[in-house]
Design a protein around this ligand. Structure first.
Ligand code: ADP
Ligand code: MG
Length: 590
């Protein structure tokens, strides 16, 4: 085929591939246009999850009749003056409207403040009709019908109206967080109406975040306000006890633009590293304000990626601000693990070189462990009872994880093998065992469920409730019986028996996060496994439960019999083994 210049429609469809991924991305572009036009009210309506119809009405500056045709032309924008490094608007690429027009049926009606009449233009599958006069209010109404009718291949990738409707809600809420003074309404036959009334004054940001993320978040959050070398950081971070199973609820905005950024995500992890376990994540809404010249937003057509000119400064700002905020609230990280000990205490197999066989036979002074234990735990049943009969004890010591000797800090089982000391994190170990059992259960028959005496009703954002309800059959197979309970609530009737008494609300919220993060074209099996992992986490013997010697030994034996039990579901070790040789090194005996 000879080389030829592509026709405009095809060029626009190619651009649409990146800009218009799904209905939610159309809504994002149209709402951004309304905000750039200075709107104070934005009404979004959808049908069929946005695949049938998306309508965005604003009361902004409007488009003059003689600019209508330009607005839908490629590379036409009113937002870039001379300098690509000085962007004060959300849009600037001039490609959203032509891209949308190339894959759907687009109509725009608009009137500027000083004009008596408005005008209208239509674009269908990339073909624009002439501009016509039209009666309309001040502002702009954009309608997008039959999204992707012109690109059926893309249409096939849509997840169905419910999931698309939920994604639209998500995007509207996220954008709204940064514009508290704008009234947002989201309605349609495919959803219950969301109304975000405008907030003004000092408390505006706080009120809007409460509207979007819920009062529960704001009640458990600390305000952040910090400044470093010209970058200001404001917003809210959750207190450590209000953490989530995924980092999905970490929102970051740069000059009002919702961004997705590895640097920010990494800095958040770093800032909370000493305070939260590795598999828990803070909920955050952080707003960066800086000179537009110090951040490049022209990284990807969707404009969600940014590059900071000085990433180190931003990272330092985040970590410093989060730590100060937490410390100011009296929350301090404990970071004093003796590093020499940590080096010696490696999970089995992780040591660069296994120590040579021990030279001196291991013979602790009789009662050594017990004495230390009694000092710590009074006369708890674990310590005062002999762990096993002498004969059993000898045989147990040959088992890979040895014989349980004590439980310390009500979470760590100390066991003795022939040539080492083993410390088991009982919570992590049990979590893994429950996970493996759930997975086994999935292969054979439904997992046993226990009825709750009174169904537990859990309030949550509508999208979360919707997502959970959509997957209720899947949860049912794992023994979790739940159903819709009116708008924005879920009723739980049964929980998996093997979880025992569990924090049902916490479990269900974590599952909602899990589903939201992985709501892709995953296989059922992968999805079930993830759900099982989240459930296992809730069912585990939480630290703090005293175990009887038999229970401890049973746990060790079960670990030995379960493949993969050496790490918990999050990849942390469930036990560490300290060879006698290492202990001797620690005491300077070798
Ligand atoms: P961009 O936003 O990058 O400029 P778009 O294709 O989204 O590109 O829009 C093209 C132009 O149409 C904008 O620059 C703006 O002048 C005009 N426009 C689009 N939507 C609106 C709106 N809701 N109100 C006023 N003007 C608008
Ligand atoms: Mg735009």
């Amino acid at each position: 085929m000879p080389i030829r210049q592509l026709p405009d429609t095809m060029i626009n469809q190619i651009a649409a591939g990146e800009v218009v991924e799904r209905p939610a991305s159309v809504v994002k572009e149209l709402v951004e246009n309304a905000l750039d036009a200075g709107a104070t009210r934005i009404e979004v309506a959808t049908a069929g999850g946005g695949l049938g119809l998306i309508r965005v009405i604003d009361d902004g500056a409007g488009i003059a009749p003689d600019e209508m045709a330009l607005a839908v032309g490629r590379h036409c924008t009113s937002k870039l003056d001379a300098d690509i490094n000085d962007i004060h608007t959300l849009g600037f690429r001039g490609e959203a409207l032509p891209s949308i027009g190339s894959v759907a049926r687009l109509s725009i009606r608009s009137r500027t403040a000083d004009a008596d009449t408005g005008s209208e233009i239509r674009v269908e599958g990339g073909v624009a009709s002439p501009v016509k006069p039209a009666a309309t209010n001040r502002g702009t109404t954009v309608e997008v019908r039959d999204l992707f009718y012109a690109t059926p291949a893309r249409l096939k990738f849509m997840k169905g109206p419910r999931a698309e409707a939920a994604a639209v809600t998500d995007v509207v809420k996220r954008i709204a967080m940064a514009f508290p003074s704008v009234r947002f309404t989201l309605s349609g036959s495919d959803r219950s109406t969301l109304e975000l009334s405008p907030a003004i004054g000092d408390e505006a940001a706080r009120k809007r975040i409460a509207q979007v993320l819920g009062d529960e978040f704001i009640d458990n959050a600390l305000p952040v306000d910090a400044m470093r070398e010209g970058v200001r950081l404001t917003g809210y971070i959750s207190i450590p006890s209000y953490s989530r199973a995924t980092a999905q609820q970490q929102y970051a905005f740069v000059n009002g633009r919702l961004i997705r950024d590895k640097l920010v995500a990494g800095a958040m992890r770093g800032a909370f590293a000493d305070i939260l376990p590795r598999d828990r994540h803070a909920v955050t809404a952080l707003f960066f304000w800086l000179d537009p010249a110090d951040v490049d937003v022209n990284v990807h057509p969707a404009k969600a990626d940014v590059r900071f000119r000085d990433p180190g400064r931003v990272r330092g700002l985040i970590i410093g601000a989060v730590r100060e905020t937490l410390a100011g609230a009296g929350i301090r990280a404990s970071t004093s693990a003796a590093s020499a000990m940590m080096d010696a205490f490696r999970p089995e197999g992780a040591a660069p070189q296994a120590p040579a066989a021990w030279r001196q036979p291991y013979s602790p002074p009789p009662g050594g462990f017990a004495e230390a234990g009694q000092a710590l735990f009074e006369a708890g049943p674990v310590i005062s009872a002999p762990v096993a009969e002498a004969s059993d004890d000898t045989s147990l010591k040959d088992a890979p994880l040895g014989a349980a000797r004590a439980q310390i800090h009500e979470n760590y089982i100390v066991a003795q093998t022939a040539d080492s000391l083993v410390i088991v994190d009982q919570h992590a170990a049990h979590e893994r065992l429950v996970y493996e059992a759930l997975k086994r259960g999935l292969e054979s028959r439904p997992v046993a469920a226990q009825m709750l005496l009174i169904p537990e009703v859990i309030d949550m954002p509508e999208e979360d409730a919707e997502r959970l309800a959509t997957h209720s059959e899947l949860f049912g197979r794992l023994g979790l019986g739940l159903e819709r309970f009116g708008p924005g609530a879920i009723a739980v009737r049964e929980t998996p028996a093997m979880l025992g008494d569990t924090d049902v609300a916490g479990l269900v919220r974590d599952l909602a996060d899990e589903i939201a993060e992985h709501d892709t074209a995953e296989t059922l099996r992968e999805r079930l496994n993830k759900v099982a992992a989240t459930m296992a986490c809730h069912g585990s013997v939480r630290s703090g439960r005293r175990l009887k010697p038999d229970e401890m030994n049973a746990l060790l034996r079960e670990m030995e019999a379960t493949p993969g039990s050496g790490t918990c579901n999050h990849g942390r070790p469930t036990y560490i083994e300290l060879k006698l040789g290492d202990i001797e090194r620690l005491f300077g005996r070798r």
